[in-house]
Design a binder for this molecule. Structure first.
Ligand code: 13P
Ligand code: SF4
Length: 324
């Protein structure tokens, strides 16, 4: 099947992009890999079709950034955190912020739907990723505004701690006084990591390095030696090939680093932290899509409403400008 996939990709001049959390069978044959920011940048000036293996918001962002090429996804798998940021809930938060006369800029994690990104674009806000959140937050704070950070309350609060700012979840006690006011959303995978998992590993290996993604809770991040996006974690692991480490992020990615770079890596949680959405895409799904494209009957082509795309692009471009 792999050879047929490669032939069909070549025949149709299709670029294959895959996030680090994808299954090895997909990740190993991808032309482009990276964290969310890198993938958005790498797919930006493509001239030929793209197949994106990841979750829906990634395919949508690629389409918004590349309106003139077809973007397909073998599976339209949706990220649990992106699903939490329902349009009505976000609009209610914004109404409340306006009613309280809070002068704010929305900063929206890329793990969100195009509809939410469009709301943020209309309000002159910016998208951020886990690797660019610090720069985007500084950009907003330098305008003497408060930040409405959505949808990940953990990323918002972790960044506040790193940047010495005050953060709270909207409607929490005294939330109006915080620099960063967070939507109440989180990742269902990264919530699996607990401070007691860190205590367990530290007891067994006193010198162990704890490495986590900033979608983990503040209680977990506070105890970590390194916090970073997937690419930043990969670089850290490459720079420390002989250290014993426990890593708090998605299983496929951690397992690949353990196999290929450092056998002394442990998965931080006691349950297998698989992202069900990322794991929906299989080699068979990719093959079926390519056969359909070959028969001129493609499916799962990403389409974004024109007005939504225009306003989301404003917010995505702001991130591109700030991180260039
Ligand atoms: P990265 O931008 O770090 O790759 O994160 C994407 C993601 O969905 C993490 O759960
Ligand atoms: Fe979404 Fe969490 Fe999966 Fe990342 S790991 S894609 S945030 S559900």
């Amino acid at each position: 099947m792999i050879n047929s996939i490669k032939k069909l990709l070549k025949k149709h001049n299709i670029t294959l992009a895959a996030h680090y959390y994808e299954k090895d069978e997909i990740f190993n044959i991808a032309d482009l890999t990276g964290d969310s920011l890198e993938l958005a940048k790498k797919t930006m000036n493509l001239k030929t079709p793209l197949i994106f293996c990841g979750v829906s918001f990634m395919g949508e962002s690629a389409k918004i950034l590349n309106p003139n090429i077809p973007v397909y996804m073998p599976k339209l798998a949706s990220c649990s955190m992106a699903r939490m940021a329902e349009e009505q809930k976000v609009k209610n938060d914004i109404k409340l912020l306006q009613k309280e006369k809070i002068d704010f800029i929305p900063v929206c994690y890329v793990n969100s739907s195009a509809n939410i990104k469009a709301i943020v674009g209309e309000l002159n806000g910016s998208i951020c990723t886990s690797s660019s959140a610090d720069k985007i937050i500084k950009w907003a704070i330098n305008q003497n505004k408060k930040i409405y950070f959505l949808p990940d309350k953990n990323l918002g609060r972790n960044m506040a701690k790193i940047l010495n700012l005050k953060a709270s979840i909207i409607k929490e006690d005294n939330w109006q006084k915080s620099d960063i006011i967070c939507f109440d959303g989180h990742c269902s995978v990264h919530q699996l990591f607990m401070p007691e998992h860190i205590d367990f590993y530290k007891e067994r290996f006193p010198d162990i390095k704890i490495v986590v993604h900033p979608e983990c809770s503040p209680e977990v991040c506070e105890k970590a030696d390194f916090i970073g996006s997937t690419s930043q974690i990969l670089n850290y692991v490459k720079e420390h090939p002989n250290e014993t480490m426990a890593i708090g992020t998605e299983f496929n990615f951690v397992n690949r680093m353990k196999r290929d770079i450092n056998p002394n890596i442990y998965v931080l949680s006691s349950t297998k932290p698989e992202c069900p959405s990322m794991n929906e895409t299989t080699l068979k799904e990719l093959y079926d899509l390519l056969i359909a494209i070959d028969k001129r009957k493609p499916y799962n082509e990403i389409k974004v409403d024109k007005k939504i795309a225009k306003n989301s692009l404003l917010a995505l471009n702001k991130m591109m400008e700030i991180t260039k």
